[in-house]
Write a protein that binds this ligand. Structure first.
Ligand SMILES: Cc1cc2nc3c(=O)[nH]c(=O)nc-3n(C[C@H](O)[C@H](O)[C@H](O)COP(=O)(O)OP(=O)(O)OC[C@H]3O[C@@H](n4cnc5c(N)ncnc54)[C@H](O)[C@@H]3O)c2cc1C
Length: 430
C-alpha cells in the first residue's frame, strides 16, 4: 500500500520491496473463515500481484537492519544499501510464551484464528457440549477485537444450531473492560450480557494450557481501584456485585449463578476446563528486529519499533519510517490503522527526501475494529489515540454507527475486502 502510494506521489524513484512470501493474506477475513462464513482461499492472493509494477521485488527474508550504516542484511547473505527505509515487518505469534501452548495448539479443541482459522471452524463444528473458552494474552496483539469477534460468531453459530443448552461460552481476558471506547463499549456489553449471556472474567492472565486435560490456567492480575470483582467488570464496580444484565435498557444486578463458570483453584492458578479453547497467542516483532537499533529499548513497548506518534519517523534515524503492527504506536494494531498511517509516512518521507524535516503530524492514532457480532451484524468501532471515538463523518450521516447493523456486515464481508485488494493495495487514498 505504501509503496504503491509512494510510486504515485513521486515519479522515477528506485523502490524495492523485501518480502519473502509467495502468498499475501487478507488477515481481517480470517475471523470469518474461523466461523465458516468465508473460505480461506478467498483471503489469499499471489504476492506478485500485490507488488507494484514499478517496484523491484527482492524475495528474501531480512535478518538484520543496521540503520547506522543504512544497510539491510538478507538471509542469503546479501547486503542491501538504502537511502530511505520503511519498516513494516509485522508481529509474529509466540506460542512458547505460554506454558504448554505450543504442544496444545491445533489439536484437542485448541484453536486460534491467528494461527489456523480453518481449524477453528473444524473445532466449532465439532463443539457439541461443555465450555467454549475465548481468551487472549496480556501482551499486545494485532486486532485486539478479533478474539471477541470469533466468540460472538461462535455463540451465534451455537444458537442457530440449537446447541446453546449443552454448551457454555466463556470470555476471560487480562483486560478490565470489554472495549475502551463509547458507544461501542455499551453495545458490546449488550451483546455479551443480554444477547448471548456470556460469563466474563476480567484481570485473567492465561499462564498455562494443559492440552491433554483440556484445562486453561489463569492468574489474577490486580484490578484498578483495588476492586475485588473479577467477574463482570463495570465502571462502577460496586462492592459485592457479581454481574449485570440489561433488560430493555434497565440494568439489573444478577446473582452469581447467572454468571457462573466452574473454576478450580490450585495454588495461584484458577483453572477453567474447556472443550473448545480459542485464543490469541502472545505476539511480538521478530527476534532479530527486537535486537536492532530501531527497536524501543525499554518499557512496555520494548522491542517494538520506536516511531514518532504523529509523523511515523523513527525516533532514532531520520531516514527511516515505520508502519503497522511492528511499531510502538499506542493504538490498536490493524490494517485500518495502516490505511491512515500511509499518507502521513509519504508526506514526511518526501519532505526528508527534499532536504526538509518530517513535521507533518498527519497520523492521529486512527484505528478501527469491525466487530462482527453475528453472521449478519457488525459494529464498526473507529477511534484514535486516547480511545477517542473517530467515526467516519459520511458513514455516520448514513448509519447509526453506535449499533451493530446489517449494512456494516455487508461492509465487512464484501466492501472492505474489495477496497483492500482493488484500492488500498493499488495506492488509491480514500
Ligand atoms: C484474526 C485476525 C483478524 C484481524 N482483523 C482485522 C480487522 O478486522 N481489521 C483490520 O484492520 N485489521 C485486522 N487484523 C490485523 C491486520 O491484519 C494487521 O494489523 C495488518 O495485517 C498489519 O500489517 P503489517 O504490514 O504491519 O503486518 P503483516 O500484515 O503481518 O505483514 C508483515 C509482512 O512482513 C513480512 N516479513 C516478516 N518477516 C520478515 C522478514 N524477516 N523479512 C522480510 N519480510 C518479512 C511478512 O511476510 C509479511 O508480509 C486482523 C488480524 C488477524 C490475525
Amino acid at each position: 500500500m505504501i509503496s504503491a502510494q509512494l510510486l504515485r506521489a513521486r515519479k522515477g524513484i528506485d523502490l524495492a520491496i523485501i518480502e519473502p512470501s509467495e502468498v499475501h493474506n487478507y488477515q481481517p477475513a480470517w475471523t470469518l473463515v474461523g466461523a465458516g462464513l468465508m473460505k480461506k482461499s478467498a483471503t489469499e492472493r499471489p504476492e506478485k500481484r500485490q507488488i507494484p509494477k514499478k517496484a523491484k521485488w527482492i524475495k528474501e527474508y531480512v535478518e538484520a537492519i543496521h540503520p547506522e550504516k543504512n544497510e539491510v542484511i538478507l538471509r542469503n547473505g546479501d547486503t542491501i544499501g538504502y537511502e530511505y527505509l520503511i519498516v513494516s515487518v509485522g508481529i509474529e505469534n509466540n506460542l512458547d510464551a505460554i506454558e504448554g501452548l505450543k504442544d496444545a495448539m491445533g489439536k484437542n479443541g485448541v484453536c486460534s484464528n491467528y494461527v489456523d482459522p480453518e481449524y477453528t471452524w473444524e473445532v466449532l463444528q465439532n463443539f457439541k457440549s461443555g465450555v467454549g473458552l475465548f481468551t487472549q494474552p496480556a501482551s499486545p496483539i494485532k486486532c485486539p477485537g478479533a478474539p471477541q469477534k470469533i466468540m460472538y460468531l461462535s455463540a451465534d453459530y451455537l444458537r442457530r444450531n440449537k446447541r446453546e443448552g449443552d454448551t457454555q461460552v466463556v470470555f476471560a481476558t487480562p483486560g478490565t473492560v470489554i472495549f475502551g471506547t463509547e458507544p461501542f463499549k455499551s453495545e458490546l456489553k449488550h451483546y455479551v450480557n443480554d444477547v448471548y449471556n456470556i460469563p466474563q472474567r476480567y484481570g485473567y492472565k492465561l499462564v498455562k494450557v494443559d492440552g491433554e486435560k483440556k484445562e486453561a490456567h489463569y492468574e489474577r492480575l490486580p484490578l484498578p481501584n483495588g476492586s475485588k470483582n473479577y467477574v463482570v467488570n463495570d465502571d462502577r464496580n460496586a462492592a459485592g456485585c457479581i454481574g449485570f444484565v440489561y433488560e430493555k435498557g434497565v440494568k439489573y444486578v444478577v446473582e452469581e449463578e447467572n454468571n457462573h463458570v466452574d473454576e478450580l483453584k490450585e495454588g495461584t492458578h484458577f483453572i477453567i476446563k474447556y472443550e473448545m479453547l480459542h485464543l490469541a497467542p502472545p505476539q511480538s516483532p521478530p527476534k532479530w528486529f527486537k535486537e536492532s537499533k530501531l527497536a524501543n529499548p525499554e518499557g512496555p513497548n520494548k522491542g517494538f519499533m520506536a516511531v514518532d506518534q504523529a509523523t511515523l519517523q523513527s525516533r532514532f534515524y531520520d531516514n527511516v519510517f515505520g508502519a503497522g503492527d511492528c511499531t510502538d504506536l499506542p493504538t490498536a494494531r490493524t490494517g485500518a490503522a495502516i490505511r491512515k498511517q500511509a499518507p502521513a509516512i509519504i508526506k514526511n518521507l518526501l519532505s526528508v527526501m527534499d532536504g526538509q524535516v518530517a513535521n507533518h503530524n498527519g497520523y492521529d492514532g486512527y484505528s478501527s475494529c469491525p466487530l462482527v457480532v453475528s453472521h449478519n451484524k457488525m459494529l464498526l468501532a473507529e477511534f484514535k489515540y486516547g480511545n477517542v471515538r473517530s467515526s467516519d463523518p459520511l458513514l455516520s450521516k448514513l448509519f447509526n454507527l453506535g449499533k451493530a447493523s446489517y449494512p456494516m456486515w455487508l461492509l465487512k464481508r464484501y466492501g472492505l475486502p474489495t477496497l483492500y485488494w482493488h484500492a488500498m493495495m493499488k495506492g488509491y487514498k480514500f
